[in-house]
Every structure is written in structure tokens, then in C-alpha cells.
Design a protein around this ligand. Structure first.
Ligand code: HDD
Length: 713
């Protein structure tokens, strides 16, 4: 008999576990009963033009199965993408937790991860402004542990009982089902304007965090304070955080909006393609540990999910690394049917009394019973890789064929099995927290006393560019709100965060600016929450960034080949974009493959643009609006642009504000904007390439935005 705690797990355990369920494409078609099919194009009829016959079991089975293909989508986080991988600790966490998968650095625990958007339905666009979900199922030797977090460390509400309200408010309005996958409407802001506890999350929500560039480039936060419990039974509070090794990056809003049309599958495609190419996304797990005796030292309640603990107060200890290295074989079977739940914990990880968490512990299991049925835990993607024994039975789609006659506990006829796990073996026992109090339907005073100071801290921590983007996001979101009273209430709430912020927001949404501050800004900040400041601290890498090479017949093919090689060496991914698919002919007659056309691609799908020389090629591009727009838009979105030889002419034609090409002379030194790398003669491709790669690693050149009139001076 195998026991739950002596089961050996390795990186491949889950993949192997799923092996018996994988089905290869068969040679010959059969019905679901295995009977060979000789014609699937014509229904059985009485006479060639006659009525269809009921005995056509193949027709009936094919049609009735099709009629049942859809299952309910997730009530939130319906849109998502998943991947397999593994997690490995750097060193044993035994001091803090007895969780087995956090003990041995030589063990790779298999994981399945699902990233998601919150508000949109299953078919909505990826790049809309939204919080991103970050769920991980760890298939550990002690059972499944699910991490179910977001890319923002706080939440809108303090008590889960309000979750249906906020989700109703953000989803399309019930009378006309408008708008899809957007929070920019009256209902959402009506709710927010009446729920001041949401203001901290709103600040994060309006920041560029909700314009994630890629699932490979988002943080993941467990949000709640959980407990770690070690072998001695000592508990500590813990917050879990994931950091992507590629850094945290976002789109600019205009780019994200255009991408929703150009490639609504941008995020899932990016995740899929990068894994197929072997560029495996990696994330580091970190924990903030808080001793129980320090619970009340922060000035806010650490059980309140609208608050976070700044890294400057409690440092994040690196724990281990997760690598995503395999795409699912089948989206529905794996990603759609995966079911995550923050209440699925293993010994060593435990809950706190956070009322948002307590409510989640009910909701996830409940919704999964509805969405997938009573036996959703049997589905290959959800099954643990350790043995499962209990007396639960039957239900729709029971796939286990349990042997034996007993299905109750205690029993003598079945040898007493399954028995309770004896002491000394892995079993979950809830942390014996002392609890007392009267039954009350009340919000704790410690939750109510301050809704704004962390919102102010967030605002104070941003760079000017980030502040500017936040204000413009508020202009967009509230600009779509028809009801003036809602906009006015929001300005009042912003005034509680920061007076200047309230004035800036008011200016764009047709509301009178508040005349005086209601509170004084405390002046505190936490640089770790600013993506831009975080980027400064992280090692910059151009890896997996995508570059469009704009070219046509007559292009200088050696420049194309050279830059491609240099970029590839740095892990950058170049693609040739031209008018038509197929090949173009270089000036020297060499054929170059075209990867994308101006119709299939747009600058928003790339991180940078390069225009090689070649008189005929550039003449064609200069006369093509799509090419001009490509470069202009890349510039507008503050992306690096390079050009060599005649290619510089296309840049000149693209109206790049503030770039003075007359001063651009010697190699690589164009003009007051480091993001523009040019060489008039293209003789030094190596140095141009290196400068371009540096610019790509830097990412965005915000000075271009500063040339426009900014909201935040
Ligand atoms: Fe939730 C799904 C994250 C609060 C109820 N949630 C869901 C998913 C993520 C989160 C990532 C998608 C899981 C997947 O990929 O299948 N949710 C969060 C975070 C929260 C949060 C980080 C705040 C800290 N959620 C929250 C509350 C409730 C729910 C307060 C209800 C009391 N969430 C659900 C749900 C979903 C869900 C309705 C829909 C599909 C599912 O659970 O399986 O039960």
C-alpha cells in the first residue's frame, strides 16, 4: 500500500501521470464506441434527396456531442493560458515550514500554471487593462498545493461577501451587456466611488501594472497573509511573491488597445511561442516572514487584503525558482479544466482569519463543482500525483473504479481502510489558533481606520512618467462614465489620496477640481512598487524581445544578415516585415524570407524596429504609409529604432518629434534620443548592433513622451 508521504516526486511526475490519458491522432475514424466510420460527410437518408433517418447513430452521436461541447466559463478569470513546468527551492525552508516541497533543493516539483485576465469572457482580448491572475498548482508528494494570486499585491475589498458585488459592477452592465472586458463604465466606478476601501487597489489598477506586456513579465502576489508552520508547530505569518527573471514590463495604453485588435491572443501566443522556442519563462519565489509577536506592529492590520507590507519594512527572502518548459497538449483538457483554489494547502502552509481568504476557501471549490462537476479532481490535470483514498463515491463522470465493499469509516469489513494517517506521517492538521469573540456581522475597527495612506504611498512611489500614465488612465476610465455625480465622488476620493492627483484627474473629466486638501500627504514612499525604479535595479536584458526588420526588394542583404546574427546572439528575435509574404530579393540578388507583412503585423507587435539600407528597398518603404506609420508608431510608443545606410531616410520621413537627423553623422550617434541608433553608411554593423541591443534592453525611451505636454509637470 503506498502512503502519501513516501511517494517520490520529480520534475516529470505529472507529465507521466497524464500519459495514460493522452490520445494520439488515430489512423482511422471510429464512433465513441469504437465502431469504424466509413462516411462522415453525408447523413443517412431515405433516398438521395430524402429525409434523414433516426437510425443514423453516427450522425446523432456526432451532433449531440457537439451540442454539449461548451461548459460554463469561469465566473471570473475566464480568459487565460497555461503551461507546465517545475519548481525548485534554493535551500531548505525547514526553519519556517514543514511543507515537503520546500525542503530539498535537489527535488523538482512539477507545476501547472494558469495566467488570466479577470473581467473579460473567455473569448475576450488579452491586452485589455485588467489585473492578471497568476495560479500555480504544485503536484507535491503530500498532495496538491495551489497558489492563486494576482499581479497586484492588494485587493479591492476586505471581506469576500462583497466579491459578487464588485464582480457584478465590473462585468458588462446587465441591461445591454456592454462593455466587454473593460472597467471603463458607470457601474464599476459607481461601486468604487461608494467603497473607499478599494482606493489602494484602484491606484495599482490605474497604473501600468494592468497593461502587462507578457505573462513572462508579471509579478505574482499571494495577496493574503498566510501562515507557515514548521515541524515544531511554530507558526509565522507569510506573504508569497513571485518575480519574473525577465523583469516586470508593461505596454503603453495606446499600444495595448491597438493590440486588442491586431492580435487579441497576444499573451497566450507569446507564452506558447516562447516555450516552443525554448525560451522558458522563469520566476523567483520570495517570502516575507512576520513573527507572530510582530502582528500588530505595522499600523495597519496584516489580515486586511487591501494593505500590503512594503518590502522596505519586511524584506523579501528568495526561496526558489519556477521554470515553465512545456505547453499543454490540449487547451480544453488541461488549461480550461484546471481548477485552482487558495484553500488547497499542504501540511506546513495554513490560513489566517483574513475574511477575504476565508470566503475564497468556500467559493473556489463551490464554483468548480458547478463548472466541472463533482469529480473534477479526477480530471488528469487536477489529479494529485500522490495516492488518493477516501470514501467519497459516485457522482457524474466517476472515473475511479474503486474496489472493495466498504465505503464508510470506521469499518471492519474493509480492514479499517482507508485509515487515519498516524502520527509521524504527513497529514494536515489545522494550526491551533486561539479564537474568541461574540458572533457579529461587523468590520473590524483595525480594517476601517485607514483606507488611503497606502494609496498615497503608492502614488508617492511612482516616477513622473508612471504618475502621468496613471492620471491619463483615470481620464480614460472616468471619461467613459456618463454620470457626473460618480466622477465627482471619485475626485473626492482621489483628494483623500493626494490633492495634486485629485486636481489632475478632475481636469480631464469635466469635474471641478477640489479647492483644498482634505489630508496632508504623508510623504512616505516604497520604491519597490514602482516598475520603473525596479527596472533600474534589475539587470537589463534584451532576451526574447522582438525586432521588426522593414525591408523590400533591393534591400542591403548583408546588413539584414549581419543584424539578424548579432540580435540572435543576444537572444533577440528578429522578423522581416515586407509588403508580401514569400521572399524578397536583396540588391545583391540574395533571397530573404519574409516573416510578416504590413497587413499581418504592426509595430505594436514588436519591441523595436530596424530599417536596413538599400536604395530600392527604402524608396519603396518611404512611399508606403504602412511603413511610415510602423516607424512613427514605434517612436510614439518610445521603442528603440535603428537604421543603417539609406534606411535612415525612412526615419526622416516618419516625423520623429525632436529627433534632429542633420546632427546625426558618425555611426550610432543620432540626435538627442538614445533610443534612435543610426549609421549613415552602415559600415560598422557590430557597434550599431550592440548599441541597438542596449537600447532594446533598456526598453522604453520616455523622454519622447516628456516632449508632449504632460499632466504631471
Ligand atoms: Fe478569485 C478565480 C485570484 C479574490 C472567487 N481568482 C480566480 C483566479 C485567480 C484568482 C488567479 C483564476 C484561477 C484559475 O486560473 O482557474 N481572487 C484571486 C485573488 C483574489 C481573489 C488574488 C484576492 C486576493 N476570488 C476572490 C474572492 C472570491 C473569489 C474574494 C470570492 C469570495 N476567484 C473566485 C471564483 C473563481 C476565481 C469565483 C472563478 C473560477 C474559479 O474560481 O475557479 O471562485
Amino acid at each position: 500500500m503506498s502512503e502519501p508521504n513516501n511517494h517520490q516526486i520529480n520534475e516529470d511526475s505529472k507529465i507521466k501521470d497524464m500519459e495514460p490519458f493522452r490520445q494520439e491522432v488515430g489512423e482511422y475514424m471510429t464512433t465513441n464506441q469504437g465502431v469504424g466510420v466509413s462516411d462522415t460527410d453525408n447523413s443517412l437518408k431515405a433516398g438521395e434527396r430524402g429525409p434523414s433517418l433516426l437510425e443514423d447513430f453516427h450522425h446523432l452521436e456526432k451532433m449531440s456531442h457537439f451540442d454539449r461541447e461548451r461548459i460554463p466559463e469561469r465566473v471570473v478569470h475566464a480568459r487565460g493560458a497555461g503551461a507546465h513546468g517545475y519548481f525548485q527551492v534554493y535551500e531548505s525552508m525547514a526553519k519556517y515550514t514543514k511543507a515537503k516541497f520546500l525542503q530539498d533543493p535537489s527535488v523538482k516539483t512539477p507545476v501547472f500554471v494558469r495566467f488570466s485576465n479577470v473581467g473579460g469572457s473567455r473569448g475576450s482580448a488579452d491586452t485589455v487593462r485588467d489585473v492578471r491572475g497568476f495560479s500555480i498548482k504544485f503536484y507535491t508528494e503530500e498532495g496538491n498545493y495551489d497558489f492563486v494570486g494576482n499581479n497586484i499585491p492588494v485587493f479591492f475589498i476586505q471581506d469576500g461577501i462583497k466579491f459578487p458585488d464588485i464582480i457584478h459592477a465590473v462585468k458588462p452592465e446587465p441591461n445591454n451587456e456592454i462593455p466587454q472586458a473593460s472597467s471603463a463604465h458607470d457601474n464599476f466606478w459607481d461601486f468604487i466611488s461608494l467603497v473607499p476601501e478599494s482606493m489602494h487597489m484602484i491606484m495599482w489598477f490605474l497604473s501600468d501594472r494592468t497593461l502587462a506586456k507578457s505573462y513572462r513579465m508579471i509579478q505574482g502576489f499571494g495577496v493574503h497573509t498566510f501562515r507557515f508552520v514548521n515541524e515544531e508547530g511554530k507558526a509565522r505569518f507569510v506573504k508569497l511573491h513571485w518575480k519574473p527573471l525577465l523583469g516586470v514590463h508593461s505596454f503603453v495604453f495606446d499600444e495595448a488597445q491597438k493590440l486588442s485588435g491586431k492580435d487579441p491572443d497576444y499573451h497566450r501566443r507569446d507564452l506558447w511561442e516562447m516555450i516552443e522556442m525554448g525560451h522558458y519563462p522563469e520566476y523567483e519565489l520570495g517570502v516575507q516572514i512576520i513573527e507572530e509577536e510582530d502582528e500588530n506592529k505595522f499600523g495597519f492590520d496584516i489580515l486586511d487584503s487591501t494593505k500590503f507590507i512594503p518590502e522596505e519594512l519586511v524584506p523579501v527572502i528568495p526561496v526558489g525558482k519556477m521554470v515553465l518548459n512545456r505547453n499543454p497538449d490540449n487547451y480544453f483538457a488541461e488549461t480550461e479544466q484546471s481548477a485552482f483554489h487558495p484553500g488547497r494547502v499542504v501540511p506546513g502552509i495554513d490560513f489566517t482569519d483574513d475574511p477575504l481568504l476565508q470566503s475564497r476557501v468556500f467559493s473556489y471549490h463551490d464554483t468548480q463543482l458547478y463548472r466541472l462537476g463533482a469529480n473534477f479532481a479526477h480530471l488528469p490535470i487536477n489529479r494529485p500525483v500522490c495516492p488518493v483514498h477516501n470514501n467519497q463515491q459516485d457522482g457524474f463522470m466517476q472515473t475511479n473504479i474503486k474496489q472493495g465493499r466498504t465505503n464508510y469509516y470506521p469499518n471492519s469489513l474493509g480492514g479499517g481502510c482507508p485509515m487515519m494517517t498516524p502520527e509521524g506521517m504527513s497529514a494536515f492538521s489545522h494550526y491551533s489558533e486561539s479564537v474568541q469573540g461574540n458572533k457579529v456581522r461587523k468590520r473590524a475597527e483595525s480594517f476601517k481606520k485607514d483606507y488611503f495612506s497606502q494609496a498615497t504611498l503608492f502614488w508617492n512611489s511612482l516616477t513622473d512618467i508612471e504618475k502621468d500614465h496613471l492620471v491619463k488612465a483615470a481620464h480614460f476610465e472616468l471619461g467613459k462614465v456618463q454620470t457626473k455625480a460618480i466622477r465627482e465622488r471619485m475626485v473626492e476620493l482621489f483628494n483623500q489620496v493626494d490633492h495634486e492627483l485629485a486636481k489632475l484627474v478632475a481636469k480631464g473629466i469635466g469635474v471641478a477640481a477640489p479647492t483644498k486638501a482634505v489630508t496632508e500627504n504623508h510623504g512616505q514612499s516604497s520604491p519597490a512598487v514602482s516598475m520603473e525604479k525596479m527596472k533600474e535595479k534589475m539587470e537589463k536584458s534584451a532576451k526574447t524581445r522582438q525586432v521588426a526588420i522593414l525591408a523590400a526588394d533591393g534591400v542591403n542583404s548583408s546588413q539584414v544578415m549581419e543584424i539578424k546574427e548579432i540580435l540572435k546572439q543576444a537572444g533577440v528575435l528578429p522578423q522581416v516585415v515586407s509588403e508580401f509574404k514569400g521572399t524578397i530579393k536583396g540588391a545583391d540578388g540574395q533571397e530573404i524570407e519574409v516573416n510578416q507583412t504590413f497587413l499581418t503585423a504592426a509595430s505594436v507587435m514588436f519591441d523595436a524596429v530596424y530599417v536596413p539600407g538599400g536604395k530600392q528597398s527604402v524608396e519603396m518603404l518611404v512611399n508606403k504609409d504602412d511603413a511610415i506609420e510602423f516607424v512613427h508608431e514605434a517612436f510614439k510608443h518610445c521603442k528603440p529604432i535603428a537604421a543603417t545606410g539609406e534606411g535612415v531616410e525612412l526615419l526622416k520621413g516618419a516625423h520623429l518629434k525632436g529627433v534632429n537627423f542633420d546632427q546625426a553623422g558618425s555611426n550610432g550617434k543620432a540626435k538627442a534620443d538614445q533610443g534612435i541608433v543610426t549609421s549613415q553608411d552602415g559600415s560598422d554593423m557590430q557597434s550599431i548592433g550592440q548599441k541597438f541591443i542596449e537600447a532594446i534592453a533598456k526598453g522604453r525611451f520616455w523622454t519622447r513622451e516628456q516632449m508632449e505636454k504632460k499632466m504631471v509637470p
